[in-house]
Ligand binder design. Structure first.
Ligand code: 3PY
Ligand code: MG
Length: 255
């Protein structure tokens, strides 16, 4: 069974890494650091399909669950990534029930959905009867990050076959006329995030959110979120590099 799903079944939240870089070694290194899942961001990074496969395998080899935030809610891409060994799909900019249903259809084999057969890598992990339990091995999250998605949230949450929603706080803030930051202090954005959390819980769905730091992720877990990302890898790399250069030069360190 999916590691994240197992945590959820035990009422525990999942802590995920967020990768903006494109390196199997870096994916393997991060997956060795205690994350429950690692999300490859294929929407806003430069990672191609060949690199994605190596990274998914590297993450799986260290026991973290390999997730992907796809470029768009495209059924062909999603099915191909599932066949390549992604066990969680986070689809951006879901705004309507029909879009959420299309995501669910891409995630599940018939009769629940319309996923096409060809699980090249999943059979290596789950064996020849993978198809019978495929739905248990994957997690599907629809991103809510626009005013329209917020307006249609009740309909989106009613789709069977989706585990829940994942908030993109920067796009959500921008869509509400505020600055696109992960942890906004704009009361309108805070209220929208609280509303999504409450509605998802009331609908018995899981709810995740992108976080800019471990501290922010901790606060979101305390608020009741089931799935949080932490500092993106590129941010950690730049922060550590700046610090190291400053220390070497005997300069003040500003983290
Ligand atoms: C957002 O905050 O809009 C995201 O999609 C997180 O990367
Ligand atoms: Mg976004």
């Amino acid at each position: 069974m999916n590691h994240v799903r197992k945590l959820w079944n035990n009422s525990e939240p999942a802590v995920a890494g967020w990768m903006q870089t494109s390196s199997a070694l870096q994916a393997e290194t991060l997956a060795s650091c205690g994350y429950d899942a690692i999300v490859l961001d294929l929407q806003h990074s430069v990672t191609d399909f060949a690199a994605t496969i190596s990274m998914l395998a590297a993450i799986e080899s260290k026991g973290a669950e390999p997730f992907v935030r796809v470029q768009w809610n495209d059924p062909g891409d999603i099915m191909r990534l599932l066949d390549a060994g992604a066990y969680g799909i986070i689809a951006p900019m879901i705004e309507t029930r029909a879009q959420a249903q299309a995501l669910a259809n891409a995630m599940h084999y018939p009769p629940m959905g319309q996923r096409s057969f060809g699980p090249r890598r999943p059979v290596l992990r789950y064996g020849p009867d993978y198809v019978a339990r495929a739905s248990d091995t994957i997690v599907s999250l629809a991103m809510i990050e626009t005013r329209r998605g917020l307006d249609n949230l009740a309909d989106i949450l009613s789709v069977e076959g989706l585990d829940g929603v994942f908030i993109g706080p920067a796009d959500l803030a921008m869509s509400l006329g505020s600055m696109p930051v992960p942890e906004s202090d704009d009361p309108m954005v805070i209220e929208a995030i609280n509303d999504i959390l409450a509605m998802a819980k009331a609908a018995d769905k899981r709810v995740g959110i992108f976080c800019g730091s471990g501290e922010a992720a901790r606060a979101r877990i305390s608020a009741g979120f089931d799935f949080v990302s932490t500092t993106p890898d590129l941010v950690m790399l730049a922060t550590a590099a700046r610090r190291s250069v400053a220390v070497a030069r005997g300069q003040e360190v500003n983290d």
